[in-house]
Write a protein that binds this ligand. Structure first.
Ligand SMILES: [Mn+2]
Length: 328
């Protein structure tokens, strides 16, 4: 089924249109899946919203607006998530050469394009609907700059790595828009960036078990999504407004991050007259100490001190930093 779905989806990526096709939701069609997604019934214990955070805009220099949902005072760390930013960046603003260690960055372009290049020679442009899943591991130095006129809009999520994975070799998973699995049924469309939804499954490998789903609901539509019970999960509202977790709640609009409480599934209703778009993101908590210093996320202050030293002296993963500068 996946191959067929895939073929149907090749053509239509620049605006994420509402193309109709059939996805069967019976269990036998997903009999091969071996993880905990398959065993979770829909919303026998619904997850409710336990915290609502407005990602207020922060202006970072000329032309860069960042709305931070995770990594702000009200929600410093949400295991395993270190940060969630909704960014809107116009040239010449951007994120010139900077390091990372100890976690993964996931960049998802909502509209526009970003150019990236790193000190190991990787470079490219990610465009509307594309995903770059970068495992920084022991060290990456890269630049991320808008590659188009006007505001380039997207989400960047930082996912922590466990202590045994923090110093692994860096790795990229680039998923162009046309390769992201999609499904649509009854006014609900999903793009499966990581994990599984509506019978389709992402090929992205998540070292820290993670789900990342981009839902669009037409007016009147309702969705249910299973989420493994032991995971932490949240919603980020991208556009429109909806009811999350319970019908007895007030509508929540764009730029709000909703922390979900315990349970095994989420239900969302679009009772408005326009489309609703939101991301559902969940991950298995690491339950480890976290010490963050800017772009370094480690388990202890000693490891942070080491990261700063390694970066300054171009060693232990930062060797290539010695002579490299981006071409921006
Ligand atoms: Mn970066």
């Amino acid at each position: 089924m996946r191959a067929i779905t895939h073929r149907f989806l090749q053509s239509n990526c620049s605006i994420i249109p509402a193309t109709l096709f059939c996805v069967t939701r019976n269990m036998s069609s997903r009999a091969n899946h071996d993880d905990d997604f398959i065993n979770v019934g829909f919303s026998s214990t619904p997850r409710l919203v336990v915290k609502k955070v407005l990602a207020k805009p922060q202006h970072e220099g000329d032309g860069a607006v960042v709305r931070r949902g995770i990594g702000r005072p009200e929600l410093k760390y949400f295991d395993p998530f270190v940060m969630l930013d909704e960014f809107s960046v116009s040239p010449p603003a951007g994120f010139p050469d900077h390091p990372h260690r100890g976690f993964e960055t996931v960049t998802y372009m909502l509209q526009g394009a970003f150019a990236h290049q790193d000190f190991a020679g990787h470079k490219g442009i990610i465009r509307t609907g594309d995903v770059q899943w970068m495992t920084a591991g022991r060290g990456i130095i890269h630049s991320e700059m808008p590659a188009g006129e006007g505001p380039q809009w997207g989400l960047q999520l930082w996912i922590n790595l466990s202590s045994i994975d923090k110093m692994i070799e860096p790795r990229y998973q680039e998923v162009p828009c046309e390769d992201i699995m999609r499904a649509e049924e009854d006014g609900v469309e999903v793009r499966v960036i990581a994990g599984e939804a509506m019978g389709v499954r992402s090929p992205v490998y998540t070292r820290t078990p993670t789900m990342y789903l981009d839902f669009t609901l037409k007016p009147g539509a309702q969705m249910q999504q299973s989420i493994p019970e032991t995971w932490n999960s949240f919603v980020y509202v991208i556009d429109g407004e909806g009811l999350f977790g319970s019908l007895n709640t007030s509508p929540v609009s764009a730029h709000h991050l909703l922390v979900l409480g315990p349970g095994d599934g989420l239900t969302v209703w679009n009772k408005s007259s326009r489309k609703l778009r939101f991301a559902v993101i969940g991950g298995q908590p690491l339950n480890e100490p976290v010490v963050q210093y800017g772009p370094f996320v480690m388990n202890s202050q000693a490891e942070i001190d080491q990261a700063i030293e390694d970066y300054q002296f171009s060693k232990n993963g930062f060797e290539k930093a010695k002579y490299w500068r981006s071409e921006n």
